[in-house]
Design a protein around this ligand. Structure first.
Ligand SMILES: CC(C)(COP(=O)(O)OP(=O)(O)OC[C@H]1O[C@@H](n2cnc3c(N)ncnc32)[C@H](O)[C@@H]1OP(=O)(O)O)[C@@H](O)C(=O)NCCC(=O)NCCS
Length: 339
């Protein structure tokens, strides 16, 4: 097996297809309920980042074939953002427990170290081999969320309609496919900023809480094939964004959408906004995305009010999802060959 640095922008179409095939084998083994990926905008998904961020990738391939002509059996990437490197690793199920995962992490960790990064974070999915893997490498669990999945065919649309309308007086709901309009970016960023201050996770996917970062972030989503849908609650007396919810439909698996942020500003909590904007979002998605079957969301265990609303909407808890972190120097040292 050969491990080499790999630039998705320059990759052959056959390499991209091969990576998608391996990813789908991984999904079938580890997350059998998740939809497989389609070979749509995968190159862009892998190549594009926010301005100022860099993603460096490596592949593991059969070394008997020339570069670019072999199948891809393993992939690692490290996204260098702020002061943390965010790792993603996958190894074909047929080639596991042969130290390939370890080798891929080692090459990415060495680069993060050389680039001056001091910590590495990774999202690790509960009930998969990734848990014992990262723990064996010295990563420590820092944060836990539960993923829940809503099956649109099981939604009670009549009660959802009632929820969508049950919002306190003085609020207006707006729907913005593609992202919030330019004139609302400032108020939108303000709501994000308040939520940012309350977060205690590792910031593996930092929020964009100023208007320019928001613009950049929407632009990056579109380039990566991730289509955002936004529903807002506007407080009519002040014009502030009292609440927002964001869902993204990925071109790579358009049958399952991802819930991103849902935020209700502190001063506007207790008026049914969370329920109403999420319910409205589901109606809009049903119309806009006929191929959509499910929506998935991630919630901290402590966020009881949001978990309650999600349960009312019909979300079913699926599995735990963790953030692990490690000190880069320590990781590099522990992965050095000992002989
Ligand atoms: C996690 C993963 C990368 C590990 O790859 P790998 O090549 O099998 O890992 P390694 O062989 O380098 O394992 C290194 C050590 O991790 C630990 N480990 C790895 N898998 C393990 C398992 N299933 N059970 C117990 N320990 C395990 C062991 O200590 C192992 O050392 P050992 O084999 O000498 O005992 C691979 O299982 C994978 O791709 N998982 C799915 C990744 C994922 O979550 N993707 C998200 C969905 S897209």
């Amino acid at each position: 097996m050969r491990v080499r640095e790999w630039d998705p922008r320059a990759a052959s179409p056959a390499e991209i297809t091969s990576l998608v095939e391996t990813l789908n084998e991984v999904l079938a083994a580890d997350l059998p309920e998740d939809p497989p990926w389609q070979d749509v905008q995968v190159r862009e998904y892998l190549a594009e980042t926010m301005p100022g961020e860099r993603r460096i990738s490596w592949v593991a391939e059969d070394d008997r074939l020339p570069e670019g002509e072999s199948r891809i059996f393993g992939h690692v990437s490290v996204l260098l953002l702020g002061d943390i490197g965010v790792l993603e690793v996958l190894v074909h199920p047929a080639l596991r427990r042969r130290c390939l995962g370890r080798q891929l992490v080692a090459v990415a960790a060495r680069r993060a170290y050389l680039e001056g990064f001091s910590s590495i974070g990774v999202e690790v999915i509960g009930d998969t081999s990734a848990i014992p893997f990262y723990e064996a490498l010295g990563f420590e669990r820092e944060y836990v969320e539960t993923r829940s999945v809503l099956n649109l065919s099981k939604v009670d649309w009549d009660s959802l309609g009632i929820m969508a309308r049950a919002i306190g007086d003085g609020y207006r709901i707006e729907y913005h496919p593609g992202g919030p309009p330019e004139e609302l970016l400032e108020a939108y960023a303000q709501a994000k900023l308040e939520a940012q201050d309350e977060d205690d996770d590792l910031d593996l996917a930092p929020r964009s809480s100023d208007p320019q970062r928001l613009r950049d972030s929407l632009h990056t989503l579109h380039k990566r094939g991730l289509k955002p849908y936004i529903v807002l609650a506007i407080h009519e007396a002040t014009g502030v964004v009292a609440g927002l919810t964001e869902v993204v439909v990925p071109a790579q698996h358009p049958e399952r959408a991802d819930q991103y942020d849902t935020i209700v500003m502190r001063a506007h909590q207790g008026y049914g906004i969370d329920r109403a904007i999420k319910a409205r979002m589901l109606f809009e998605l049903r119309n806009a995305e006929p191929g959509l079957l499910e929506v998935q969301t991630w919630n901290a265990h402590a966020n009881e009010s949001m978990l309650k609303v999600n349960a009312e909407l019909g979300y079913q808890p699926d599995r735990d999802w963790y953030e692990y972190g490690v000190d880069v120097a320590q990781l590099v040292q522990s992965l050095e060959p000992t002989d």
